[in-house]
Design a protein around this ligand. Structure first.
Ligand code: FES
Length: 558
């Protein structure tokens, strides 16, 4: 097979010569031009993305594998998205990074690519870009951090941090203890130690068939991750020779498998929006309601925080994604092709589970249905997303009066007010936090519990917004309400004192207002002024789609 890269070098005109000469300036011998596949290593390493800090070391292991298989590695950087630091939110830049990845792959003389990612948005951004570029591609993620360890207590980065913060706010943890926790909750390189968005997207990548089995859960500092990176390097060279591209792997059936796995692991709600975007890139028509259909028939098996009790290190020891996939095989499309060159059925048929408490058997699930469900009603005509496995059972059917924050800023200013007129029945509503309204669709949906409730020992309340929330968060939190309030969705019409009913078993979310009152308020609606009038921000506002369509840019799908 003629390699794609040869069209850069095997040309009679001057540039064939100069490209070879300039490449040899890196100290490479002429043997690299004797039919060896050129493999890109697309590295999202950055010192501003702490979760991805081990990707440099993984890149070296990938290179070993590429050389060993007879390929030639070329590492290149792309934009990186550090969840902890980027303002207003990494989600504003997911599509920009995806464009960087796509064009960097397409423009260069490479025959295949290894994608190195980890922190939340770096995984979908690389997947979206690589699917659009459609050269052979394999993913190696950073892996989860070691479990946090405070004194003799295991703590999960993200989920436990938020619970401990409420204790600190209520004065039950001292400032000295809080500083001590800061030093031991995130103990190593790697992604958050719970089933947050990074772990969810890594698991989904394995289920969709774009990473070697076992990739998602090996802890970042574990030597077995380096070995997996080396094997991935070896395998991508074979994939380049086999011309095994994402378009042969990311089919409708593969996306269904990814959603099934997402439901069984109690995955992050963010997976919904990323999978819709990934499906769009792969030209697979996939509808929000299909998450609901799959959720209804898929048990949640993985007992990892925030849905369960354990951490990612425990999940790895129990067998990781392969063990879950084996238990799910009757529900999966087993003939889907993967990066191994074999099918999902063949990859996972013999996977073992070593701990039934962490990865529950199908007969004894964490819940009979999947972690995420889709709600609809007059408050969310285009859907809203809800993580039922991380919610409070007593609030799953709840009617209460709304207390409305018009903006995130207002919420922050008021949430600790000692006279905030709320109680445990109040439904907290926050507007202008969606893709265009915030802007960038930030993780503001986990509205903190008002101090007046925390001090009374109340641990949860119904919260509704058009924002996302971190995959490490938990509680009775309705997210991704679509259409968002900033474009005139019904959420924009809700006022403090309106009565709202959340009915998760019925999958509904409704505000109790007569139709003519809704119409009257709709007529009065004024959209907020745009946040950007130039630059990337304007491109984002002009082209981002709503949450139910994956928030990709309208011109990037397909
Ligand atoms: Fe990077 Fe959690 S902050 S994975």
């Amino acid at each position: 097979m003629k390699l794609r890269s040869s069209s850069w070098f095997d040309t009679p005109e001057y540039y064939g010569f100069s490209r070879k000469a300039w490449l040899r300036s890196e100290g490479l011998g002429r043997h690299i031009f004797d039919g060896k596949p050129f493999i890109g290593i697309c590295n999202s390493w950055s010192e501003l993305t702490n979760c991805n800090i081990n990707l440099k070391q993984l890149a070296e292991a990938v290179k070993r594998g590429i050389w060993a298989a007879g390929g030639v590695p070329f590492e290149f950087p792309t934009m990186s998205l550090g969840e902890m630091f980027m303002k207003p939110t990494t989600m504003l830049y997911r599509n920009l990074m995806a464009m960087d990845v796509e064009e960097s792959i397409r423009a260069n003389p490479i025959d295949g690519v290894v994608l190195l990612c980890g922190c939340d948005k770096t995984v979908p951004a690389q997947l979206m870009g690589a699917i659009s570029a459609d050269l052979p591609a394999i993913v190696v993620t950073a892996g989860p951090m070691l479990s946090g360890l405070w004194r003799d207590q295991k703590i999960g980065a993200g989920s436990d941090g938020r619970k401990l913060f409420d204790q600190y706010r209520a004065g039950r943890i001292t400032t000295e203890e809080w500083v001590e926790i800061e030093g031991c909750i995130a103990r190593s390189a790697g992604t958050c130690t719970v089933m947050g968005t990074a772990s969810t997207m890594a698991a989904i990548t394995e289920a969709i068939g774009l990473a070697l089995p076992g990739n998602a859960a090996i802890p970042a500092p574990d030597s077995r991750r380096l070995e997996l990176a080396e094997r991935s390097g070896f395998r991508i060279v074979e994939m380049a020779r086999e011309d095994l591209r994402p378009s042969k792997i990311v089919t409708r059936e593969a996306i269904e498998n990814a959603v099934t796995l997402d439901m069984a692991i109690g995955g992050s709600t963010n997976a919904v929006v990323h999978l819709l975007a990934i499906a769009g890139r792969a030209r697979v028509p996939f509808h929000l309601d299909e998450f609901e259909t799959i959720s209804e028939k898929t048990p949640c098996l993985v007992n990892v925080k925030p849905s369960g009790e354990y951490l990612m290190e425990d999940f790895f020891a129990a067998g990781g994604v392969p063990a879950v996939m084996r238990r799910l095989l009757p529900l999966l499309n087993r003939d889907c092709l993967t990066v191994t060159g074999r099918t999902i059925g063949a990859n996972f048929a013999d996977a073992e589970c070593w701990n039934d408490a962490v990865i529950r058997p199908v007969e004894n699930p964490l819940s009979r249905q999947g972690g995420t469900v889709i709600l609809r009603g007059n408050l969310a005509p285009k859907g809203a997303v809800f993580k039922q496995t991380a919610a409070s059972p007593h609030l799953m059917r709840h009617t209460g009066k709304a207390y409305v924050f018009e903006t995130y800023k207002q919420m922050l200013a008021e949430i600790d007010r000692p006279d905030l007129p709320v109680d445990e029945t109040t439904i907290l509503v926050m507007k202008n936090s969606g893709p265009k309204g915030a802007p960038g669709f930030p993780e503001w949906g986990f509205i903190p519990l008002p101090r007046v409730l925390v001090e009374r020992g109340i641990k949860d309340a119904v919260r509704i917004s058009d924002a996302r929330m971190s995959g490490t968060s938990f509680g009775t939190v309705v997210l991704h309400v679509a259409p968002e309030s900033a474009v005139g969705g019904p959420l924009a019409l809700v006022r403090t004192g309106d009565e709202i009913t959340l009915d998760v078993p019925a999958r509904s979310l409704n505000v109790h207002l007569p139709a003519d009152e809704m119409e009257r308020r709709q007529a009065e609606f004024q959209p907020p002024p745009p946040h950007y009038t130039r630059g990337f921000g304007k491109l984002f506002l002009d082209h981002v789609t709503q949450a139910d369509q994956g928030c990709d840019f309208d011109f990037l799908a397909g």
